[in-house]
Design a binder for this molecule. Structure first.
Ligand SMILES: CC/C=C\C=C\CC(=O)SCCNC(=O)CCNC(=O)[C@H](O)C(C)(C)COP(=O)(O)OP(=O)(O)OC[C@H]1O[C@@H](n2cnc3c(N)ncnc32)[C@H](O)[C@@H]1OP(=O)(O)O
Length: 315
């Protein structure tokens, strides 16, 4: 027979011990490490802040260029989300953008430069290798949102074009303002989308027919249609309410067990590409370990006793 009082006490003791260890670890290592590998304070195209406990806010920050994604931004997105993925102070992330639009997509001047660089390479196979490496880098940049175990919420205002749609479809939850509009614009610049939209958009909206229509035509669609088809889950009247809604959602998620939330994300991403049985096997394998976690004992005890909100150890 399980004694919940004992579980509760055990959980409290484990948390206290863990916190003492964390303080000791922090004190002994703080002076030795000039910059932690999960530090995110040094980016040029992203402004990163922590507006709420365990919540990181990543702002696309090239407002004078409509947040067009240039090579540096591709690199920084990858770096940022890999760092946040292992940062124990991060449990949920909001992406928004500074200035008039969310993003105008890939930086077209960068694409022009690339054309010139390719012209300097004579051999067609070698040009191919240059492009292969570049596309892979850009793919990995946006996939970093999906691979990051912390939930990523994208908050879109005004234009979200081309690579912007690739970006938001790699996030977990999409919100937007009433004046937001979206465009899978790649066909209009003579290319097939190659950094995620073709793979993720049909799954995000659950309709191959609509996804193909949007991808073949590049037609602009507005917030109301984005909400209707499930691309976004909520529409806000303006940017201010969007941001506070996104941060409140992130704060809610960040208050829950990081073991529970991150395992949920990892399994839901895994299950997109696997059969139901494979997904079930995957979560069983993880949960035979995670159901022994102090988070589980604490959360169950709190539910039963209607205690205060549990405080979970960092992960
Ligand atoms: C390996 C490949 C990986 C990924 C590939 C991704 C493909 C894509 O992203 S396809 C989409 C590419 N983007 C576009 O085609 C966007 C074109 N722009 C627009 O549709 C509009 O500019 C807008 C975003 C809707 C904004 O409209 P508005 O507010 O009216 O501003 P504008 O006056 O049109 O533009 C102001 C200024 O910005 C320049 N600009 C716009 N988009 C880009 C861009 N993507 N890259 C670089 N510069 C851009 C535009 O030319 C204007 O410049 P001025 O010098 O002021 O004229």
């Amino acid at each position: 027979m399980i004694k919940w009082n004992n579980i509760n006490k055990l959980a409290q003791n484990m948390v206290a011990a863990r916190m003492t260890m964390q303080v000791q670890r922090h004190n002994s290592s703080a002076e030795m490490l000039p910059q932690r590998s999960d530090d995110v304070s040094h980016f040029k195209t992203l402004a990163v802040t922590t507006p709420k406990p365990f919540v990181f806010h990543v702002e696309l920050h090239r407002p004078n260029k409509l947040n067009a994604i240039n090579k540096q931004m591709w690199l920084e997105i990858k770096d940022c989300f890999e760092r946040l993925g292992t940062n124990p102070d991060c449990r949920a992330i909001v992406i928004s953008a500074a200035g008039k639009h969310f993003t105008a997509g890939i930086d077209l001047s960068d694409m022009m430069k690339l054309g010139q660089e390719l012209a300097d390479v004579e051999d067609v196979a070698r040009k191919g290798v240059v492009l292969d490496r570049l596309i892979k880098l850009y793919q990995d940049s946006l996939s970093a949102l999906e691979h990051c175990p912390k939930p990523v919420i994208t908050a879109v205002h005004q234009a979200c074009i081309g690579a912007g749609v690739d970006l938001i479809t790699a996030s977990d939850i999409r919100l937007c303002t009433q004046d937001a509009f979206f465009q899978v614009k790649e066909v209009d610049i003579g290319m097939a989308a190659d950094v995620g939209t073709l793979q993720r958009l049909p799954k995000a909206i659950g309709s191959q027919s609509l996804a193909r229509e949007l991808c073949y035509t590049g037609r602009r669609f507005e917030a109301a249609e984005a909400e209707h088809c499930g691309l976004v889950s909520r529409v806000f009247p303006d940017k201010e309410s969007l941001l506070s809604g996104a941060l409140a959602l992130a704060e809610n998620i960040a208050g829950k067990s990081p073991i529970a939330v991150q395992t949920t994300k990892i399994n839901m991403v895994y299950s997109l590409e696997h059969t139901n049985q494979e997904g079930l096997d995957h979560i069983r394998t993880i949960n035979k370990l995670h159901l022994q976690s102090e988070d589980f004992a604490q959360a169950v005890a709190a539910q039963l006793t209607k205690d205060e909100k549990p405080v979970y150890a960092k992960l």
